[in-house]
Every structure is written in structure tokens, then in C-alpha cells.
Design a binder for this molecule. Structure first.
Ligand code: SAM
Length: 220
């Protein structure tokens, strides 16, 4: 029910636009960890007809100061710890009739040992750092498998606000209930987690009163 429950919220909050922006920066061989139900699948440019960013979305993204690229994804590997999420993502690939090279498997983001060092051009995580038992470990693994020379690490994450303390109090108050329902600690300090992992940050933009971060980075 994950997709049904968050679809409208994401639309209203412009999250779909953020996903589009981030996916447009993904290029080459791409790994997405904690890929969930494959909510970014429709936003990557696989170099197939009709798959490129363009038109009104690209214009709107530009208006909001979001960069978009026409980068092409040549291979996409999705991985998530939950078998149910993976099954939904696989079904989505079939329903979309996606002809691209997409592989989806069940796996823990904190152990990507089945992937070699320096093996992906782009490593993506969207809304995963709030859910991992050890988010720093996952970021370290993401950096290990990302190419040191020109590789990109792209994140959309949510957590505590960096400037609205009243909002952080609300997040702190409701944390336990939110964890119970979503398995997500929505009051984590994303900037600290990123900094603790040593990820080199090229750009960071904040949305939704500072609770959502869009980060373009590189492995340390
Ligand atoms: C909030 S959802 C985000 C899903 C997706 N990335 C998105 O943008 O919609 C968090 C996801 O993290 C996955 N997850 C939690 N812990 C994980 C771990 N240690 N390794 C891999 N996936 C994990 C969950 O199964 C869930 O699909």
C-alpha cells in the first residue's frame, strides 16, 4: 500500500519534481539502494524513445533552480531489504513495459559486498537514510562501490530541519508513532549522518522548511 499512501503527498509537496531532477543527473551504470517500490523508475532517462527529461517539467525545474541533465542510464540495479518492496518494483517494471537493462534484487544496503569497489557511475538513495539501522554504514558502502573518478552519489533525504526548531519538536514528539507506522525515523540529523560518512558534498539544497535535503556528492 506504500505507493497509494504517499502518492498524493509526494505530488502536493513537489517530491516528484525532486525525483525527476535527481534522476536526470544519474548516468551510466547506476545503483539505487533501498529502492523500495521503484518510485524513481519512471524518471531515469534510459536513452529510449520518450524517456528523456524535457518539456514543462524541465522548465519548472529550472524555475526552481534545479539543474537537469540529459544523462543516460545504461544499466540500473535496484536493491532493497524488503522482499515485498522488491516484488512491487519488479511488477512495476513489467507494467511499464520497460525495455531498459534493469536488475532488481533483495539486499541490505549496509552490505553491498556483492558489488565491486569503483563499479558504478552513479549511486542513488532517496528517503533511505531515515530507515537504515546504520545510515553511515550504508553511505560508506555507497561510496565504496561508486567510481572514485567521476562517480556521483545522489541523495534525496528527509530529517530534522536545520532552521525551524518548532518543527523539530513536532518531529521529536511524533517520532515513535511514525517509526511504528513507516519504519522511518523522521527526526534524524541528515547533515550529520552525511558528514560522518565523509561523503564529499558538491551541492546541497533544502526544501520543505529545511527537512528535505537534495545532495549531489562524490565518494571521499
Ligand atoms: C521510505 S522507503 C524509501 C523507498 C524508496 N527509496 C523511495 O524513494 O520511495 C525506505 C526503504 O528503505 C528500505 N530499507 C530499510 N532498511 C534497509 C536496509 N538496511 N537495506 C536496504 N533497504 C532498506 C525499506 O525496505 C524501504 O523500502
Amino acid at each position: 500500500m506504500y505507493d497509494e499512501k504517499i502518492n498524493m503527498d509526494e505530488f502536493v509537496m513537489g517530491v516528484k519534481l525532486l525525483r525527476w531532477h535527481l534522476a536526470s543527473m544519474a548516468r551510466g551504470k547506476v545503483l539505487e539502494v533501498a529502492s523500495g517500490t521503484g518510485r524513481n523508475l519512471g524518471y531515469y532517462n534510459y536513452g529510449l524513445e520518450g524517456g528523456a527529461i524535457g518539456g514543462p517539467v524541465s522548465w519548472l525545474a529550472g524555475l526552481l533552480g534545479l539543474r537537469t541533465e540529459e544523462s543516460v542510464v545504461t544499466k540500473l540495479v535496484l536493491t532493497d531489504k524488503s522482499e515485498e518492496m522488491v516484488k512491487t518494483a519488479r511488477d512495476k517494471v513489467s507494467t511499464m513495459g520497460l525495455k531498459a537493462d534493469v536488475q532488481i534484487d533483495v539486499g541490505d544496503g549496509s552490505d553491498l559486498s556483492r558489488f565491486a569497489d569503483n563499479s558504478f557511475d552513479t549511486v542513488v538513495d532517496t528517503f533511505g537514510l531515515c530507515s537504515f539501522d546504520d545510515p553511515v554504514k550504508v553511505l560508506l558502502e555507497m561510496q565504496r562501490v561508486c567510481k572514485k573518478d567521476g562517480g556521483r552519489i545522489l541523495l534525496i533525504e528527509h530529517g530534522r530541519s536545520n532552521y525551524w526548531e518548532w518543527l523539530n519538536s513536532v518531529l521529536d514528539e511524533g517520532k515513535d508513532q511514525h517509526v511504528e507506522k513507516w519504519g522511518c525515523e523522521w527526526n534524524r540529523d541528515i547533515d550529520k549522518i552525511v558528514s560522518d560518512s565523509g561523503l564529499l558534498v558538491d551541492s546541497r539544497t533544502k526544501w520543505h522548511f529545511g527537512t528535505t535535503s537534495v545532495i549531489h556528492g562524490r565518494p571521499r
